[in-house]
Design a protein around this ligand. Structure first.
Ligand SMILES: *Cc1c(COP(=O)(O)O)cnc(C)c1O
Length: 469
């Protein structure tokens, strides 16, 4: 490695960093008191699919950071582009009838990549902001169409759409709604297509139809003249990599079309190759009116997100001033970094590699985990995969312990085996960088299996292999 590219390895000892972190840094989605006692794991550098912590331990990042580092760590091209853009034009806004080259080029590129007539981009700094934009945009759209009563947005329980007031209201996370007065008015939720836990005696196909028809029932209950839009992730991410039955999306598509409801696909995770297509919508054959994007848009190298909007909605919105925007909408450095990221994905054929090679390989090796005594199902789509932990496979039972007790133990065993795998309640999930190799996927699966074995031992010792009544 040249001296220019050498990592900054000289840092204070871990214990000191942990103490300073605990004293001043409030972590998101964290019990900070508990973390202060334990001490945060401090990541100091990364390359490819591997992280290094402040003790020099190397881990495989099974989660692409937070589902975002699609092209992997250490791509200096993005650093070079960012430095060049910062020197040339570090910032300018796009509010007052001005624009700049990176925002123009990125909007044009996204319009070319997105399916059908999704030709217009409204930029934000991340997915939460973009979904807040979407709430205001679809409501304003119907108001301008002379239907100001068409305002309700239907979303799903256990969906994740971000953490701002609007986006967390769209999300269906009960624990989030319990803090801070959500959901905001005019957002209602239907059930998620989680067959493993909620499918009962139904086949997955019948269950997919049943869950989709909840949308139709909700529209009937509210009146189609009151419903602005339905929003969903093609595959739920933070909800636990819940892959809907094949019957689900075609039925949702039919219902939205028949009742004149806008469809918003939250592609923040599924966009940019994750499911083996540029967008998850393409993998499910749906043509949304708006797609939310963030995360993989820049592979996490810079904070940027946005909404890709169809011709009809954009034209209606263009009729007057849309009183909405962010200081960093289309930030030139973030936009330049995103463009370079898209260039790499395209020129290196990363989407095709996922579709034709890596995803089929992951599907095969991941399915092998289903024979483990703790695993109720092991499923994947593209490079998103999950396993349901259960004390009783045949019954698809939940554990008697509080949800997440077992998942947390398993996550700790994954860390101990130098694998970053996340838990959502008692479901374990991965979404590795799209550039991961089959050899590294073998390594992920073998470390996961070892962590499962160790988890099984711990559960047996502690009497936790009990099914809920
Ligand atoms: C992460 C995520 C968001 C929120 O994006 P932020 O950049 O964290 O605001 C929205 N939707 C989905 C599906 C996500 O996974």
């Amino acid at each position: 490695m040249s001296s220019l590219a050498a990592p900054i390895a000289n840092h204070p000892p871990t214990a000191e960093l942990q103490a300073r972190d605990a004293a001043h840094h409030m972590h998101p989605f964290t019990a900070n008191g508990e973390l202060a006692e334990k001490g945060a794991r401090i990541i100091t550098r990364a390359e490819g699919v591997r992280l290094t912590d402040s003790d020099g331990v190397e881990l495989i990042d099974g989660m692409s950071g937070l589902w975002c580092v699609n092209i992997g760590y250490g791509r200096h091209e993005l650093a070079d582009v960012a430095a060049r853009q910062m020197r040339e034009l570090p910032y300018y806004n796009t509010f007052f009838q001005t624009s700049h080259v990176p925002a123009i080029a990125l909007a044009e590129k996204l319009a070319a990549l997105a399916p059908g007539d999704l030709n217009h981009v409204f930029f934000a700094s991340g997915g939460s902001e973009a979904n807040d934009t979407n709430i205001r945009m679809v409501r304003h759209y119907w108001a301008r169409k002379g239907q100001p009563e068409k305002q309700v947005i239907i979303a799903r329980r256990n969906a994740y759409h971000g953490s701002s007031m609007g986006s967390a209201s769209l999300g269906g996370m009960a624990a989030m709604h319990a803090q801070g007065g959500m959901p905001i008015p005019g957002i209602v939720h239907i059930d998620q297509p989680n067959w493993f836990l909620e499918g009962g005696d139904m086949t997955p196909e019948a269950f997919g139809i049943e869950r989709a028809r909840q949308l139709e029932a909700k529209i009937a209950e509210l009146g189609a003249d009151k419903v602005a839009a339905f929003i969903a992730e093609p595959v739920q991410g933070a909800g636990g990599v819940i892959i809907p039955p094949e019957s689900y999306w075609p039925e949702i598509k039919r219902i939205c079309a028949e009742h004149d409801i806008l469809l918003i696909a939250d592609e923040v995770i599924t966009g940019f190759g994750r499911l083996g297509h540029w967008f998850g919508s393409q993998s499910y054959g749906i043509q949304p009116h708006i797609m939310t994007i963030a995360k993989g848009l820049s592979s996490g190298y810079a904070p940027i997100g946005g909404s890709i909007v169809c011709d009809e909605v954009a034209e209606v919105i263009a009729g007057d001033e849309f009183n909405h925007g962010y200081t960093y909408s289309g930030h030139p450095v973030a936009a330049a970094v995103a463009l370079e990221n898209l260039r790499i994905i395209e020129e290196e054929g990363i989407v095709e590699r996922v579709r034709d090679h890596t995803a089929p390989y992951l599907a095969q090796v991941w399915a092998g985990l289903a024979d483990h005594p703790l695993v109720g199902e092991a499923v994947s789509r593209g490079l998103m995969a999950s396993i349901a932990l259960t004390p009783d496979k045949a019954a698809r039972a939940r554990f008697a312990s509080d949800p997440g007790t077992v998942g947390y133990i398993c996550r700790e065993r994954c860390f101990a085996n130098n694998l970053v795998m996340r838990h959502v309640a008692d479901r374990m999930i991965i979404a590795p960088p799209l550039v991961i190799t089959p050899a590294d996927l073998d390594e992920v699966v073998s470390r996961a299996r070892k962590a499962l074995d160790e988890t099984h031992d711990i559960l047996s010792e502690r009497g936790l292999m009990q099914a809920a009544a």
